[in-house]
Structures are given as C-alpha cells and as structure tokens.
Design a protein around this ligand. Sequence first.
Ligand SMILES: Cc1cc2nc3c(=O)[nH]c(=O)nc-3n(C[C@H](O)[C@H](O)[C@H](O)COP(=O)(O)O)c2cc1C
Length: 197
Amino acid sequence: MARELFSFHFAEILLPRFFIYVIIKNMGVLEVIKKRRSIRKFKPDPISEEVIDKLIEAIIWAPSAGNRQMRKFFFVFNNDLKKKIALASLYQTFIEEAPLVIVACGDKGIERYYGKRGLENYLFCDVAASIQNLLLVAEEENLGACWVGAFDEEKIKKILNLPESLIPIAIIPVGYPQKIPLPPPRKDKNSLIEIIK
Ligand SMILES: Cc1cc2nc3c(=O)[nH]c(=O)nc-3n(C[C@H](O)[C@H](O)[C@H](O)COP(=O)(O)O)c2cc1C
C-alpha cells in the first residue's frame, strides 16, 4: 500500500513538478523576456524572503550612469499604505491586491554629477534599468508584476513621506498571478529597427 502510494505520488505529483522546474530553470533570457506579461490580478499568497532577496539583487545589479546608482526602492507590505498608493494611482485598485508593492524612485542628487542631463535623462534610465531587471527576475520566479506609471507624484511622495531629493518614477505591484493575459502585439521588425551598414 505504502509502495503504491509512493509510486502514485512520484508519477502524478513529483515527476510533473520536476519537469516544470527543469523547463523554467533552463529558460534562456530571451524566453523569459518574451514570457513576461503585465499582471493585473494577483493571488494573496505571500512571497518568501528568499525570493524577495532575488528581486533586490536584480535591482542592485542593473547598470547606472557612472555607476552612481542614484535610485531608491521602497518595498511596501503594509495594507493601509498599499491601499493609499492604489488610490493615488488613478484608482488602479489591482495594485493593493498584490502582496508586495514596490515604489521605484530616482535621486535628484544625480544633478551634482551630471547636471541637467543627469536630471532629465540618467535619473529615469537608471531607475528603468533596475525595474526591467526586477520584472525579469520576477518572471523567472513565476511571479507576476506590472509597471505602473500613471499616478499622482505628489500624493505618493506624501504617502511615503519621501525626502525632497527623491522622485517616484514607477509603482510595481508584485505577486503570484491569478490571471495571465495574452501577449499584446508588438511592432514588426521593420518599423522598429533600422539597419545601417
Ligand atoms: C512607463 C510605463 C508605464 C505604464 N503604466 C501603466 C499603468 O499605469 N497601468 C497599467 O495597468 N499598466 C501600465 N504599464 C504596462 C503597459 O500597459 C504594458 O507593459 C504594455 O501594455 C505591454 O504589455 P506587456 O507588459 O504584457 O508586454 C506601463 C508600462 C510602462 C513601461
């Protein structure tokens, strides 16, 4: 009986899980890039500390102008704050359903190093590079996330009591997806890329 139970458990549960694990772990970067979708419906399941640490590493190891890393990320787990953030994001209420909401900020101190170009260009690029890294590692970990740019900057600054030096650039709800949408179409190669030889 015990043997039958074990072979059922192995064949029906462990083996398929093992193959899913192998497939996911063998996904190349391009496959992860293409598989990632903006997720707007989340399960309430919490995210482990180990996975959170991977998201943090992804943020840290993104490139930045002159390696100054003038960016800061707030990991919000508090329900009241998540609700306020969702309301300040033009009532995009799916944000508060995610177990984790990340607020990505750029540091205006970058102006000290790069002047106007730092403020108007590098600040946004540095934060965006970290966000894309974060989205890809989230995908690799079977998490869903959405880059949210539509929010009231002043309200977010107040909610998080941000210092004057920080500008919120994006809000990223993260959690296990409840619904994965179909991939929205992309522009074709010829309209996006121009080859110059
Ligand atoms: C700068 C930026 C701002 C965005 N703002 C929002 C937003 O406010 N709300 C939202 O639901 N999605 C937002 N998105 C997600 C896009 O709608 C999404 O990336 C796009 O439709 C392509 O879908 P995909 O991410 O599944 O490939 C934003 C994405 C970017 C890059």
